[in-house]
Ligand binder design. Structure first.
Ligand SMILES: [Zn+2]
Length: 682
């Protein structure tokens, strides 16, 4: 026996089956298949009595720890291994996969028991500590170990097989699609939804007619989709696109009236449910979609826009989408078309040219203080310390895990484009609020921060001559994704979120007009979740906004006189509802532009000014004041009419003059002023 002790890892180092009366324990590990230990216990007792072993006790791995494979997380297994060889000489287990599904754990524990001269045997599949080493059976054992390890993979296969089987039966798997309802019995096909089936048919017909997804969503204002996360929602262009792409409503064989099932492996099978779109209609749908795709590909604009993925709406914090319209480019809030809430109407846009000039203005303000080198170093250290803190990085990992889970779910077809887009969008927004990876090398961080500071002074000149691609590079180098917060109602940049290495330089260089988010407790929530933000100080809003105010007053002047007072009143009343500006325009019977102009001028006056300056008259009343003044009525007479002071009427009039008179526009471009923010056609 001493020979064996000197060579504990020898391949043939048998423990030898113990004789009658040897003390044994049983190791029980919870299995969801059995639900209890009854079976496991029964077969171990049978085996022990067959060999006349004395079964002295049980080690039960409870449900909570049974799911783990690592020894560290299975306390009962640890105790058992510690006691093996002293309190008992034999271990029984029901099945190899109850002992371990991890090959390293299996081989490791058996080697340890072998050294302790403890017998190990699995009763259901017939392995024991010696046979697993014998030539011939060791190979089989390694297969069994691998098979146990593959268990989880097989489990998910089984789920897919069940879905595959349902698909082969012509039955839906997973949730039923728009236009159908769950049957009373799971073995029956989905049935047409009495509320939405008509709309589903209509969607097919409209697609075949060449309508865009947005047009279709607009033309079915009463239809709602349902999703677990968002609940009931009106149709959007994304949900229409998902419906249009689904196979479920399509007739599988011409003339038979049955729909189509897509199996988990991607096979198409004739379903048992009623088709919404005839075979012939489906051919027209495919043709129309193909044609539209050809058209949009030929007219595809260049892809790199300076502020795409960078600019977000200050009200809803969603990215503005770059939207070309004719020769112009706009950054547009799409919350409205996606039927998501935004307190700034969700549909406003900013002209790319305006934004580019406004960003140039910001760059022109850049001025480093005299002692900037020292201050830069101090600030770099503070930022590095802040970013190094642990908890945000954990949050980042959680969000990233959630993001990849969603992408998996999308690939497997559990969620559609629309839902993926929305949820990923939310996660990215969250991620953007978390500081970057910790700064490990303070020296090189300082160096890069210096480089940014050195280059900052020349950037304004470079910006003005740079191509769109180069401008995009500048923006990406200075700012984080979603790093430009844009107030669409005031038409001005109100927040910047620099990259960490650009943060110290920008903070110092813009300190006159911009303040750090962490200094500004008045913003509360906004400031606390956007670390490293720079906010434009409210007292400078006017100066930055002057140009856009001039624009708002100037553009489409002919329209102004064509709106009656009643129309204006109605628009102002409707702006408080959740109708789109276009819907309001249609309802009141005036142009979209006229509505937008009113929206921009009068939206939310209470939040635009500090309370002590808040006008006593409502927006609608103020407009009436202006209209009365325009008829030649005196200030005093108007003041009497509204029972307010002369001074407040005077203030209203002066405010209007401010808006109408272009006061030293920053670029003086008349063409720009003539075109306001526009809702581009998409
Ligand atoms: Zn918005």
């Amino acid at each position: 026996m001493s020979r064996q002790r000197n060579h504990p890892e020898r391949i043939l180092n048998p423990v030898g089956m113990p004789g009658p009366g040897t003390r044994f324990v049983g190791y029980l590990r919870y299995s969801s298949r059995e639900g209890s230990f009854v079976t496991q216990r029964h077969w171990m007792e049978q085996t022990a009595s067959a060999f006349s072993w004395s079964l002295i006790g049980w080690f039960e791995e409870p449900r909570e720890s049974a799911k783990y494979e690592e020894i560290e997380r299975r306390p009962q297994l640890q105790t058992l291994l510690a006691a093996a060889g002293t309190q008992f000489q034999g271990i029984l287990v029901y099945h190899l996969d109850r002992w371990s599904r991890n090959p390293a754990v299996t081989y490791g524990t058996l080697a340890r028991l072998r050294r302790q001269k403890v017998w190990w045997q699995s009763v259901a599949d017939g392995w024991d500590i010696d046979v697993v080493q014998q030539p011939g059976s060791s190979k089989l054992f390694s297969l069994a170990v691998q098979e146990a390890a593959d268990y989880l993979a097989r489990l998910s296969e089984r789920t897919i097989n069940a879905k595959q089987a349902r698909a082969a039966e012509g039955l839906h798997n997973g949730n039923v699609r728009f236009g159908y309802v769950q049957p009373d019995h799971p073995q029956l096909p989905a049935t047409p939804d009495p509320i939405n089936f008509e709309a589903l048919i209509k969607i097919g017909e409209l697609v075949a007619e060449g309508m865009t997804d947005q047009q279709i969503a607009d033309s079915l204002p009463d239809s709602r989709t349902h999703s677990p996360r968002y609940g009931e929602r009106l149709l959007t262009k994304d949900t229409v696109a998902a419906i249009r792409r689904s196979y479920f409503p399509r007739e599988f064989v011409s003339g038979r009236g049955r729909g189509t099932i897509e199996s988990p492996t991607g096979e198409l099978i004739e379903g048992k449910h009623v088709a919404a779109w005839s075979f012939e209609l489906c051919q027209r749908i495919d043709e129309a979609v193909k044609q539209r795709r050809r058209q949009s590909q030929s007219a595809r604009p260049p892809k790199v826009y300076p502020f795409s993925r960078t600019i977000i709406c200050s009200a809803c914090h969603r990215q503005l989408r770059a939207a070309p319209a004719g020769k112009d480019l706009y950054y547009k809030d799409t919350s409205r078309v996606r039927k998501l809430p935004c307190s700034a109407f969700g549909c406003l846009s900013v002209r790319a040219q305006t934004l580019t000039q406004q960003f140039a203005t910001v760059l022109q303000q850049v001025q480093l203080p005299v002692e900037w080198q020292t201050q830069l170093g101090v600030r770099c250290r503070e930022i590095a310390a802040l970013i190094g803190s642990e908890s945000p990085q954990e949050r980042r990992r959680t969000l990233e895990a959630e993001q990849s889970r969603l992408i998996q779910a999308y690939r497997k077809g559990y969620i559609d484009d629309a839902r993926l887009g929305e949820e990923i969008g939310e996660i990215r927004t969250e991620l953007a609020k978390i500081p970057m990876a910790p700064i490990h090398d303070l020296e090189s961080f300082l160096e890069r921060a210096q480089e940014v500071a050195d280059m900052l002074g020349d950037l304004a000149n470079y910006w003005n001559t740079a191509s769109m691609r180069r401008q995009h590079e500048v923006v990406a180098a200075l700012l984080m994704p979603e790093g430009v917060v844009y107030d669409l109602q005031r038409q001005l940049v109100i927040g910047l979120r620099p990259r960490p290495e650009a943060q110290p330089a920008l903070e110092l260089a813009l300190a006159d007009e911009w303040q750090r988010g962490d200094d500004d407790s008045s913003r509360g929530f906004e400031a606390s979740c956007y670390t490293g933000m720079l906010w434009l100080k409210p007292e400078h809003y006017d100066r930055y906004a002057r140009r856009s105010a001039a624009e708002a007053a100037d553009y489409q002047p002919a329209q102004r006189s064509s709106i009656t007072r009643e129309q204006r009143e109605r628009v102002l009343a409707l702006l408080g509802t959740d109708q789109s500006l276009r819907q309001i325009a249609d309802q009141v019977g005036i142009s979209y532009w006229a509505v937008l102009r009113l929206a921009q001028r009068f939206a939310d006056p209470a939040t635009q000014r500090p309370s002590h300056q808040r006008p006593k008259l409502s927006a609608a009343e103020q407009q009436t004041v202006l209209d009365l003044l325009a008829t030649g009525m005196s200030l005093r007479a108007v003041a009497k009419q509204f029972d307010v002071s002369y001074a407040s009427i005077d203030r209203i009039k002066r405010r209007q003059l401010m808006r109408q008179t272009p006061q030293a526009p920053l670029d003086g471009s008349a063409a720009d002023a003539a075109n306001g923010p526009v809702e581009p056609e998409t």
